[in-house]
Ligand binder design. Structure first.
Ligand code: SF4
Length: 113
């Protein structure tokens, strides 16, 4: 396995992210090599890097980019997607039948649970 892939897999194992200052120790590589690999993974869009502090020292918190995908759960009422997503109608929410149906579906689901 390439070191890039191994680094990505190691970051992925940490669901809440991992500090770069801990990553190189966990992987048993030197910090400069780790920094080079992480920089490449960030540039390739595979890893997200945020400034952070760990044990009083500045470092980065690293997360796998695919874990940061947005959740669309709040746009779903059961299996019914919000009619407003992508809607191009002239919007008057208080008179919109599509929105009304979706809200009623939400209420039905809530009453069933
Ligand atoms: S309320 Fe109705 S018209 Fe407005 S965005 Fe939603 S679906 Fe479209």
């Amino acid at each position: 396995m390439e070191l890039d892939e191994l680094t990505l897999d190691t970051i992925r194992k940490h669901k809440d992210g991992v500090f770069q200052s801990e990553l190189w120790k966990e992987m048993d590589i030197d910090s400069r090599k780790c920094s080079r690999i992480v920089t490449k993974l960030v540039k390739d869009g595979l890893v997200i890097r945020e400034s952070a502090v760990s044990n009083g020292a500045r470092t980065y918190l690293l997360k796998v980019a695919e874990d940061e995908k947005p959740s669309y759960d709040e746009l779903l009422a059961g299996d019914m997607f919000s009619p407003c997503a992508g809607c191009r109608d002239a919007c008057q929410p208080e008179y919109c039948g599509k929105l009304g149906d979706w809200v009623l579906h939400l209420v039905d689901l809530d009453n069933q649970s």
